[in-house]
Design a protein around this ligand. Structure first.
Ligand code: PMP
Ligand code: GLN
Length: 383
C-alpha cells in the first residue's frame, strides 16, 4: 500500500456532510450552492447527449470550450491566451491541480504554499514528491507575511502556489501582495500555480486580480478555473487551465493518463456559459455579499468573532467563546452538528505547519435565505 494514501483520513467535507445528514442538521459545511446555474446550460448539456456528443473528445477538451476559456481570460483579466496551445480542460480544478503537481514537480522540489490551504493540495503535492514549505497567513485578515515569504525561498524552490479568493478564509489577495509574489517568482525564476476557482466571487469593494496578469507572470504562471464555482454546478466537475505551452505540456501528459478527457456534453454547456452567461457569474458577488452581511451580523450578535473577508462563500468564525475546556475546533464542529443542528467545517485540518489554530470554524453561506435563517434560529437556541 502507498504509505501516504493508506494513512490518509477521509476528507473533512465528506465527513461533515455525512454527519449533517445523520443528524438532519442545516449544512453550512461543505461548499456547494443551493441556487443552480443557468437553465440554458442544462439544456445544452442534455441536448448534446441526444446530438451524438457521446464519444471521447480530444484529450485537450472541445475546441469551442477552449476558445471560450481563452476569450474569458482576455475579457475578464486582460490576459491573452492562445486557445490552441495554452488551454486544457480538466475534470474539475481538482484534477487540474493533481495533473499540475504530477507534471511540474520532481521529487525534492520545494513548493511554497500558504497555510491554511484547500485540503486537496497537500496530499497531491506530497504524492508528486514536493516538499511543502508552508507560509502562514496572518490572522485576523489572512494577510501575506511578505518578509516570511521572501525568506522561505531557497535554491530548491520550484514553485509558489496561491489560491485567491481563498478557501477556507474567503480572503482576496491584494494587488500589492500579488505584486510581491510575482516579483519573487521573477527574481528567483520560479513557476506559479494560481488557483482562481472563485475568481468571480468577490464583493465589498475588493477586486480579483489574477497573478497571471502581472508583469513577467504570463510565461511562468498556470491558472485554474472551475465551472463548479463560476456556474454553481459543482457536480459537473468541469475545470480549465491556462498557461504557457512550456508548462502546460507536461501537465497535459499527466492529464492524458489520469483521466484522458472530460464529458463533451458538459464541456459544450460550459462553453456556452463562458461565452453567453457573464450576467450569471457577475451577479454572484452581490448576492453573496448580502448573504454574508446577514450571517455575519447574526453570528456577531451571538458572540462569534467573524474574521473579515471579501470573497468566495466562506465565513471563518472564532468560536472560542463557546468551546468547552479541552474541546478543539473539530470536537466543537461535531458537537454543534449533533446537538445544535448546524454543520460547519473545522479549520485546523487546512493547516500544514505546526500548532494550527483550534478555535476557528468555517461557515459556507451560498445557501437559500431560509436555510441561513434556520441555521441562525438553531444557533440562537443552542449556543
Ligand atoms: N480549489 C479550491 C480552492 C476549491 O475550493 C475547490 C472546490 N472545493 C477546488 C479547487 C476544486 O474544484 P472542482 O470542484 O472544480 O474540482
Ligand atoms: N470546495 C468545497 C469546500 O471547500 C468542497 C469540495 C469537496 O468536498 N471536495 O467546501
Amino acid at each position: 500500500l502507498n504509505e501516504l494514501f493508506s494513512s490518509l483520513p477521509t476528507t473533512i467535507f465528506e465527513v461533515m456532510s455525512k454527519l449533517a445528514m445523520e443528524h438532519s442538521s442545516v449544512n453550512l459545511g461543505q461548499g456547494f450552492p443551493d441556487a443552480e446555474g443557468p437553465e440554458a446550460m442544462k439544456q445544452i448539456a442534455s441536448a448534446s447527449m441526444y446530438d451524438f456528443h457521446n464519444q471521447y473528445p480530444s484529450l485537450l477538451g472541445v475546441p469551442e470550450l477552449r476558445q471560450a476559456v481563452a476569450a474569458h481570460s482576455e475579457r475578464e483579466q486582460g490576459i491573452p491566451v492562445d486557445w490552441a496551445t495554452e488551454t486544457l480542460i480538466t475534470v474539475g480544478a481538482t484534477e487540474g491541480l493533481a495533473s499540475a503537481f504530477l507534471g511540474l514537480i520532481n521529487p525534492g522540489d520545494e513548493v511554497i504554499m500558504f497555510d491554511p490551504m484547500y485540503d486537496s493540495y497537500t496530499s497531491m503535492a506530497k504524492r508528486s514528491g514536493a516538499v511543502i514549505v508552508p507560509v502562514r497567513l496572518r490572522l485576523p485578515d489572512f494577510s501575506v507575511p511578505l518578509e516570511e515569504l521572501a525568506a522561505a525561498v531557497t535554491p530548491r524552490t520550484k514553485m509558489i502556489m496561491i489560491n485567491t479568493p481563498h478557501n477556507p478564509s474567503g480572503k482576496v489577495f491584494t494587488r500589492p501582495e500579488l505584486e510581491a509574489i510575482a516579483a519573487l517568482c521573477v527574481q528567483h525564476d520560479l513557476i506559479a500555480l494560481s488557483d482562481e476557482v472563485y475568481e468571480h466571487l468577490v464583493f465589498g469593494g475588493a477586486a480579483h486580480v489574477s497573478l497571471r496578469s502581472l508583469p513577467g507572470m504570463q510565461e511562468r504562471c498556470v491558472r485554474l478555473g472551475s465551472a463548479g464555482k463560476t456556474f454553481s454546478f459543482t457536480a459537473w466537475k468541469v475545470g480549465w487551465m491556462t498557461g504557457p505551452a512550456r508548462l502546460l505540456n507536461p501537465i497535459i501528459k499527466a492529464h492524458q493518463f489520469l483521466v484522458f478527457t472530460v464529458p463533451s456534453s458538459l464541456q459544450r454547456a460550459v462553453a456556452h456559459g463562458l461565452d453567453k452567461e457573464a450576467g450569471f457569474y457577475h451577479s454572484l458577488g452581490p448576492s453573496l455579499e448580502a448573504k454574508r452581511r446577514y450571517l455575519e451580523a447574526e453570528l456577531t450578535a451571538l458572540g462569534f468573532g467573524c474574521l473579515p473577508a471579501h470573497g468566495a462563500y466562506f465565513l471563518v468564525a472564532d468560536v472560542s467563546k463557546f468551546q468547552r475546556p479541552g474541546e478543539n475546533d473539530a470536537d466543537f464542529a461535531k458537537r454543534l452538528t449533533a446537538e445544535g443542528g448546524v454543520t460547519t467545517i473545522p479549520i485546523s485540518g487546512f493547516y500544514v505547519g505546526p500548532n494550527p489554530p483550534s478555535h476557528l470554524v468555517r461557515f459556507c453561506y451560498c445557501k437559500d435565505d431560509a436555510k441561513l435563517q434556520a441555521a441562525v434560529e438553531r444557533l440562537k437556541a443552542y449556543v
